[in-house]
Design a protein around this ligand. Structure first.
Ligand SMILES: [Zn+2]
Length: 76
């Protein structure tokens, strides 16, 4: 998955980002970050900044995420 578009076509809906300083993990939907289908995942990972503390996450820990990646989930 080189680009956001490829991640979306693979069913990924969110970016999974962890801040080591704040010890929080956020699942961010694509539409809440300024990306297009052409945005490269590498570039996106490098430009992320934690809104709470200003730290940058380790790019190696940022992954594209889909609900189906969760070990168990609810359906209504
Ligand atoms: Zn933080």
């Amino acid at each position: 998955m080189e680009t956001v578009g490829e991640a979306e076509r693979a069913g990924k809906t969110h970016l999974d980002v962890h801040c080591h300083t704040c010890r929080i993990t956020k699942m961010i939907p694509w539409r809440l970050i300024a990306v297009t289908g052409d945005t490269r995942m590498d570039d996106l990972k490098r430009r992320l900044v934690c809104a709470q503390c200003g730290a940058r996450p380790d790019p190696d820990t940022v992954t594209a995420w889909a609900q189906s990646d969760a070990p168990g989930y609810y359906r209504g």
